[in-house]
Design a protein around this ligand. Structure first.
Ligand SMILES: C[S@@+](CC[C@H](N)C(=O)[O-])C[C@H]1O[C@@H](n2cnc3c(N)ncnc32)[C@H](O)[C@@H]1O
Length: 226
């Protein structure tokens, strides 16, 4: 058996992309301030979050602008974003410093592993997954973030009655998400208006704009943990 047989299927490919000098410097100087380093055992929330506020997890925040907007609109809520794309993280860090934000934390790591190892049960009131990479080719479907195991982890880190909000501009991914969530028996579909505002209001995101420009329909799906 070759090593490649055991290689982990990831939901992302490392895109080197263009990173500005300011973003690179932000990763060096600001990540220690806003970041939580990856560890393979659960964090102690009391040591990280300075208060006992409602918490929202944003998986794959991209350039982070939507999460930043949410954090500014909802200062009484704490946000934890997980992302692997360095230019996006650098972009957000610069915005966090400029906005003098104190209710956003960042983990630079694979969200599947962060969920698996690092996040204790029932930490969040809501989990946001906005425009996950759709991996449209059938042979790539195994790379999609929304899989049975991932959804069990999302359910585990949500408080009872917590909200899972997924948005996508791929109809076929929306169907897949509904199917996996139904099969999980952990969630019931919910309507936006069932949610408290800060949990369900989504600012437009970069990838949403991209999808709309391509003429894609945008679907927001809401699920309540049962
Ligand atoms: C299509 S983009 C959407 C970004 C943003 N949410 C938006 O709507 O503009 C998907 C993002 O998820 C990130 N991503 C994919 N798999 C991830 C993983 N396993 N852990 C953390 N981030 C991931 C990618 O790096 C990318 O930035």
């Amino acid at each position: 058996m070759t090593n490649s047989h055991h290689r982990k299927v990831r939901s992302f490919v490392r895109r080197l992309g263009r990173m500005t000098n300011a973003q690179r410097k932000a990763l060096q100087d600001l990540l220690p301030r806003f970041g939580i380093p990856f560890q393979n055992h659960p964090i102690n929330p009391e040591k990280i979050f300075s208060r006992d506020a409602p918490r929202v997890l944003d998986i794959g925040f991209g350039d982070g602008e939507a999460m930043l907007t949410l954090s500014i609109n909802n200062p009484s809520v704490d946000y934890l974003g997980v992302e692997v794309h360095e230019p996006g993280i650098g972009h957000l860090l610069l915005l966090l410093e400029r906005a003098k934000t104190s209710n956003v934390w960042v983990i630079q790591h694979d969200a599947a592993e962060v969920l698996d190892h690092m996040l204790p049960d029932q930490l969040f009131n809501a989990v946001n997954l906005f425009f996950p990479d759709p991996w449209p080719k059938k042979r790539h479907h195994k790379r999609r973030l929304v899989q049975a195991k991932f959804i069990l982890d999302v359910a585990r880190v949500l408080r009872s009655d917590g909200l899972f909000h997924v948005a996508t501009d791929w109809n076929d991914y929306a169907e897949h998400i509904k199917y996996v969530l139904k099969e999980s028996n952990q969630f019931t579909p919910s309507k936006e208006q069932d949610g408290v505002d800060f949990l369900s209001k989504r600012p437009p995101t970069k990838f949403e704009r991209r999808g709309r420009q391509l003429g894609h329909d945008v679907t927001d799906l809401y699920f309540r943990k049962v």
